[in-house]
Design a protein. Structure first.
Length: 300
């Protein structure tokens, strides 16, 4: 295309990795990981802003690298089934994304070497897991035939990034490992909720790799409701473990009720507009859930 790279990459992010929307979700995710680890330690000390910023740089860049990696991993599929996406239609070239990914990776490695050397081992483990994901764990055909295994193996990246983000707090003292395990479980199931929320479509915007296509619309919504319920119950357990006040549990009940109710409404009103709202509500649930878990840090 004749447009300069700056304009094309801006349009690419709007479609595939909207920095403001994703940035807000990743900020909530990062804040919650650090704050919840801090809460479980029952520390009265404030969380240093620099700790949050270091964690946020890592989480944002890692999720960006995951997005770029998926463009390469899914290139053949997207070319055949989703020609409207930025890479297949020629808005951006894979070669350009490769150099962008290399630049982000180099800068992130330098950042951690200088500012977060204690986290290097966790960081390297995450990079190795990203590499395995890129190669579909060398079992692409088997994973495609066992969708549950595909989802579980790919969602495990969320607790791993959680471990890195929360380490900017728990490495400062003895961690509450039970509390961390509760939070990692919450994040894993929440990642599944987001994944289902963005891949259950209306008939008019159905995609070949959506869950509404592979599982069927009603069955995929049942899966969403089951995963949402599990996330909700884990949130309540995590809140109880951290001794959060009853107001947090009430907020979880309200957010869950709204999300589950709209899922039921979407089941009988399958339109493109409702599919978009369904994806948005899934994202808002994730942001609200993370903030609600972490905000207790201000109520000590």
């Amino acid at each position: 295309m004749n447009q300069p790279f700056s304009k094309r990459i801006w349009q690419y992010q709007r479609e595939r990795f909207p920095v403001f929307t994703h940035g807000l979700l990743i900020a909530a995710f990062t804040f919650s990981a650090i704050a919840y680890a801090h809460l479980c330690r029952h520390s009265a000390e404030p969380i240093p802003l620099i700790s949050f910023l270091k964690a946020y740089v890592n989480t944002f860049c890692l999720f960006l690298l995951l997005r770029i990696s998926d463009e390469f991993k899914d290139a053949d599929y997207d070319r055949a089934n989703r020609p409207h996406l930025p890479v297949p239609r020629g808005l951006i070239q894979l070669n350009e994304l490769k150099y962008l990914g290399i630049a982000v990776l180099i800068l992130l490695i330098l950042f951690n070497l200088i500012f977060a050397p204690s986290q290097l081992l966790i960081f390297i483990c995450i990079l190795l897991y990203l590499l395995l994901m890129f190669h579909e764990f060398f079992s692409k055909r088997w994973l495609e035939q066992h969708q549950w295994a595909y989802v579980i193996s790919h969602m495990m990246i969320i607790p791993l990034v959680d471990t890195l983000a929360s380490s900017f707090d728990w490495m400062q003292a003895t961690p509450d490992m039970q509390g961390l395990y509760w939070f990692f479980a919450v994040s894993f199931f929440n990642g599944c909720t987001l994944e289902l929320g963005r891949k259950i479509k209306a008939r008019e915007n159905e995609e070949a790799n959506s869950y509404s296509s592979s599982l069927g619309f009603e069955k995929s919504l049942i899966c969403f409701q089951a995963v949402l319920l599990m996330t909700f119950l884990l949130c309540l357990a995590a809140a109880q473990h951290a001794h959060l006040k009853i107001g947090h549990s009430i907020m979880f009940v309200l957010m869950y009720s709204i999300s589950a109710a709209f899922g039921c409404y979407f089941c009988s009103h399958r339109t493109v507009q409702n599919a978009q709202k369904f994806e948005l509500i899934s994202a808002l649930w994730a942001i609200g859930m993370y903030v609600n878990l972490g905000i207790g840090i201000f109520m000590l």
